[in-house]
Design a protein around this ligand. Sequence first.
Ligand SMILES: NC(=O)C1=CN([C@@H]2O[C@H](COP(=O)(O)OP(=O)(O)OC[C@H]3O[C@@H](n4cnc5c(N)ncnc54)[C@H](OP(=O)(O)O)[C@@H]3O)[C@@H](O)[C@H]2O)C=CC1
Ligand SMILES: N[C@@H](C=O)C(=O)O
Length: 266
Amino acid sequence: MSLPTPSSSARAVVTGASSGIGEALAESLARRGHSLTLVARRQDRLRALADRLAAQYLVTVDVEACDLSDRAHREALLAKLAHVDVSILCLNAGFATYGGLAALDPAREREQVELNVTAVHDLTVALLPRLLERGSGAILITGSTAGNQPSPYNATYAATKAFANTLAESLHGELAGTGVTCTLLAPGPVRTEFAEVSHLGKVEEMLPAFAWVTAGEAAEAAVRSMASGRRRVVPGATAKLQNIGGQHAPRSILNPILRKVYGGMR
Ligand SMILES: NC(=O)C1=CN([C@@H]2O[C@H](COP(=O)(O)OP(=O)(O)OC[C@H]3O[C@@H](n4cnc5c(N)ncnc54)[C@H](OP(=O)(O)O)[C@@H]3O)[C@@H](O)[C@H]2O)C=CC1
Ligand SMILES: N[C@@H](C=O)C(=O)O
């Protein structure tokens, strides 16, 4: 099993490429010679990254500014991608909200479901038949350790990531033998803009430095795992612990512990 052979006409599409893990995924793929289509809302950031990667790795990098939480924007993006030979699809854009569900802004909660769930599903459903047709391709879906567990005060996010985790692992099984792979990236704490966007003020002081991985480490582990056709990649010791606890500890024990942890994070 390996990643599709890089070619100047094929593109690795990376969503959420303007920051954090997505930006690092783009760099890991460019380093391996893959030309890219970078997707996010902040076009200036995408443009600057595209120029740097194109110069440094001699690949072609296209930029598509798109609000993936907006159905019309998604349709416009897919219309453009209809003319592109997509060989790799990294569905990574996402954000979280923290707080009691009843107190959170319903519009922001909906936006989270649109981005973390519906956009991931729409892009997968639209592009998977073409990956299968070309007989060689790789999908990466960024879920989370949060998707394995109940997460009081982080309920919508955890539910969206349960969807992402399950979609990715189900597809992994479904695609066996097709030449197309699907890998779940299930990170724990990664130092990116995620905490700031999620207004998670206290997370920096709650977690010691060694508990974090960098976006570069998470992305490199993800791309290596795609290349070897793995089902799930969980970068870093904290995430590995969360991964086991979230999947195997009884809910009756996890729920009160995580209520305390997530309740204290804001
Ligand atoms: N950091 C962490 O600890 C963890 C992160 N994750 C997951 O990793 C993924 C990447 O997050 P991370 O890199 O950490 O966070 P960042 O906040 O650094 O990056 C998020 C990316 O998503 C993009 N994005 C956000 N909203 C939209 C939108 N409406 N349309 C298009 N793009 C959007 C942002 O771009 P822009 O604002 O320009 O649109 C940005 O490029 C997410 O799915 C997150 O849930 C999972 C576990 C842990
Ligand atoms: N995995 C982290 C984000 O998704 C978390 O546990 O909050």
